[in-house]
Write a new protein. Structure first.
Lengths: 299, 486
């Protein structure tokens, strides 16, 4: 927002954030709550592959997996989306057609964001022209750290415009921001500049998503909702590879933002290996036994 | 408010009860005197009940004068013949052994604590019992270092300590009392509160198992009358009491004019102060932790909330939102945040104060939570529009009831915070370090937490100003009341 001083964004106390997270991780999610939660998680996953080694056929396999998570067990949902590099968007759009699975494309010189705004806009345009339903952009962390918040804001706003109808997820890359105060500040800038989702990480650096960082961002979303009436989505990405942790994320969303956010319209997991762990847990609930990892396809 | 977050959801947690099959409890408990279980000469027993179900758990002996005489005699004898002659190093070994046994049986202790007192299992498991063990470990370490703790002052033990503990943190308060007493070389007659005697009696079994010499620790049960007999006994050298200010005054009158030393850890009405520059979301968590921890049965509870007026609306909104996700109910469920009120008597006290608050014109707020039909329950409650002169802002309620006031300047909030007969604790929330130091030096409270609340550690002294009592427990300071110096 013009004239808003983001240095004045609400402060975050690290010890207090950890206290609140501890209350959530100590909750016990069992039986029916666990079963329902696991199904929800599957339906909130952005099944992701962002490797130099990605090939057309790998993308196709992943798109098939997104729609057929484990055919042995009927009634499973699809994932929310597949997430790929811009040059694979066309293939992915073709593969998921009619299934309800969205195609998300990273853009803006992902993952470092080290390029000119022109290139970033073009990157975005290519993804959108090829049919991406969602764009996952990265912010310019260098400009953010140097205090050039207007630049960061304007860049997000420009990308948002280039997205057209595609929903925009803004990756803060919290692992590079250093403090919770800065995570909060970056969240405020992204939401004000037009983000539909705010997202923790690229998954390319460590630490990626954590519960405390996600809580800071959820609180920012809550304040923004009270201020404007507008719902913003949340996507923790990277480092969430087991069901127990994913269930704790869901509970955190529920206790911070309420049940309305518990759909894939407003909450996503950026993950590649999470789906299989969730499937393994669901099969355990159905059959009473854990199965070998090799009973679940690795696409 | 046009946008209200709806915390209801189709996705609900299922019950996650802690299993209780593994605990061993007797149907009837006698008195633990001179290392043995003895029937009360009074012949009387009373029931201890589970406040969450109103069902009886066990019969507990009620000690009369002859029983107290026997217990003090045993303690005196153990002091004269064994304990005062042991080296600090040997005393330390016994205390370490007790600490380890508590750790080994931590799960059993936690479950019993929650059954008997209504406290949620999450707290007894993660706070009460681990901290109790930590206190024993900590003071075990001091047993052979008293000369270093008080250099050139020649510390000496006192004799028999009469100790009376409350029902809000039964096991933890026993640890606060017994551990420093033994480390300093004294022997003990301890009476747990009548509504929560079971962990104390379980500890008696641990003490037997640890092989502590007979009579060094004696545990007697009963009501206030029993406590009075202990306090008035001639062979008692030291009285340590944690409980209400009213009873504390009675005890002080009873020992006036004698040479008995005393520590009194009494009531409180702490100010929890939120400045506009505070990390508000975490401050809200601190408010919750300050007043709804242990159903508000906490002497240092942050029961008076002071919010700087520029952030009052947003803090109240956040606080009310946070209250929506507090689960009230079965203390044995791992997901419960607020358990049962400790007794019918205390529930009546709390409900009376809620009525008084309404009659005084304060505005009440309680979240939409359900409470079980049987047992003693109180929803988390807050009052706004509270005046400094209201009784709900002046008197200790000892329940999950928060009185909210606003302030404009630093001076104003210091005046209001100190304007109380109590002075046990306080909380300050601000992003500015200098402001915290300014307030810590001006608030008349024994403990001031900065950007956190209700945090405890064995190394940290605890105790009050004014009607909140005198003497310190915990840390090096906690040894002093159990010693005399040349």
């Amino acid at each position: 927002m013009a004239g808003k001083d983001y240095r004045l964004s609400p402060r975050v106390d690290q010890v207090g954030i950890q206290d609140r997270v501890d209350r959530i991780t100590k909750r016990s999610i069992k039986n029916e709550a666990k079963r329902k939660g696991l199904y929800m998680i599957l339906n909130m996953i952005d099944l992701t592959t962002l490797e130099g080694a990605d090939t057309e056929s790998k993308i196709k396999q992943m798109c098939y997996k997104a729609q057929h998570l484990h055919d042995e067990l009927p009634g499973l949902p699809t994932t929310a989306a597949v997430c790929v590099y811009p040059n694979f968007v066309k293939t992915a759009v073709n593969e998921v057609k009619g299934s309800g699975v969205k195609v998300a494309s990273v853009a803006t010189a992902f993952p470092s964001g080290q390029s000119s705004t022109e290139i970033k806009l073009l990157d975005t345009k290519i993804a959108v022209d090829n049919g991406a339903h969602e764009v996952d952009m990265v912010i310019s962390r260098g400009r953010f750290h140097s205090g050039d918040y207007n630049f960061v804001f304007d860049e997000i706003a420009a990308i948002k415009e280039a997205c057209g109808k595609a929903r925009l997820k803004v990756i803060l890359e919290t692992g590079e921001l250093g403090t919770f105060d800065k995570v909060r500040r970056a969240s405020d800038i992204a939401m004000d500049a037009g983000a539909d989702f705010i997202k923790t990480s690229t998954g390319k650096i460590s630490p990626a998503a954590t519960l405390p960082v996600t809580l800071v961002m959820l609180e920012a979303i809550k304040d923004y909702y009270y201020e404007t009436g507008k719902m913003i989505g949340m996507k923790p990405a990277g480092g969430i590879s087991n069901s127990k942790l994913a269930l704790q994320y869901l509970l955190m969303v529920k206790e911070t933002l309420g049940g309305k956010w518990l759909t894939n319209e407003w909450f996503r997991f950026g993950a590649s290996s999470l789906a299989n762990d969730v499937l393994m847990q669901i099969m355990k609930q159905e059959t009473g036994n854990y199965q070998s990892k090799d009973y679940f396809s690795k696409d | 408010m046009k946008n209200k977050i709806d915390y209801s959801s189709e996705w609900k947690l299922d019950p996650a009860p802690e299993s209780i099959g593994h605990i061993k409890l007797k149907k009837k408990y006698d008195l633990f005197i001179n290392g043995k279980w003895v029937k009360p000469k009074s012949g009387k027993y009373f029931a201890t009940i589970n406040p969450a179900t109103e069902e009886k758990i066990a019969d507990i002996a009620e000690a009369g004068q002859k029983d107290i005489d026997a217990a003090v005699k045993a303690a005196k004898n153990a002091y004269d013949t064994v304990w005062s002659k042991l080296s600090g190093k040997e005393r330390g070994k016994y205390i370490y052994r007790i600490a380890r046994l508590i750790q080994e049986k931590a799960r059993e202790f936690s479950v019993i604590e929650s059954l008997d007192g209504g406290k949620v299992i999450r707290e007894s498991r993660d706070i009460d019992i681990p901290l109790a063990a930590a206190h024993f470990f900590y003071y075990a370490g001091w047993a052979d270092k008293l000369e270093y703790a008080f250099p050139n002052r020649r510390p000496k033990s006192l004799g028999v300590a009469a100790q009376i503990t409350p029902w809000n943190f039964p096991m933890l308060m026993i640890a606060w009392k017994i551990a420093p007493a033994l480390a300093a070389g004294n022997t003990v007659v301890l009476k747990p509160a009548e509504t929560t005697p079971l962990t104390a009696l379980k500890l008696a079994e641990v003490i037997q198992e640890a092989g502590l010499p007979d009579g060094v620790v004696n545990i007697v049960t009963g009501y206030g009358k029993t406590g009075a007999m202990m306090v008035e006994h001639d062979d008692v050298a030291k009285v340590a009491f944690t409980g209400s200010t009213g009873v504390g005054k009675v005890i002080m009158k009873a020992i006036a004019g004698t040479e008995k030393k005393s520590t009194m850890e009494l009531g409180g009405k702490a100010a929890n102060i939120i400045f506009e520059d505070a990390p508000l979301d975490q401050a809200v968590e601190g408010i919750i932790n300050g007043i709804y921890f242990n159903q508000g049965h906490v002497c240092c509870a942050g029961s008076r909330l002071f919010v700087q007026e520029s952030v009052y609306d947003v803090v109240l909104r956040k606080l009310k939102d946070r209250m929506e996700s507090l689960n009230v109910g079965d203390p044995m469920d791992k997901n419960t945040d607020i358990g049962a009120i400790n007794s019918k008597k205390q529930l009546d006290v709390i409900n009376d104060y809620i009525k008084i608050g309404k009659a005084e014109g304060a505005e009440i707020y309680q979240p939409k939570c359900t409470i079980p039909k049987k047992g003693y329950w109180c929803k988390p409650t807050l009052f706004t529009n509270v005046a400094q002169s209201n009784r709900i802002a002046q008197e200790e309620i000892f329940g999950p009831v928060l009185a909210v006031q606003t302030f404009r300047t630093v001076d104003e909030v210091i005046t209001k915070a100190n304007n109380t007969p109590f002075g046990l604790s306080a909380g300050v929330w601000t992003d500015k370090g200098s402001k915290i130091f300014n307030l810590t030096s001006q608030l008349k409270a024994g403990v001031v937490w900065g950007n956190t609340y209700n945090k405890f550690d064995p190394t940290s002294p605890f105790g009050g100003y004014k009607e909140s009592g005198h003497g310190r427990e915990g840390g090096l300071h906690g040894l002093e009341p159990y010693l005399k110096f040349d």
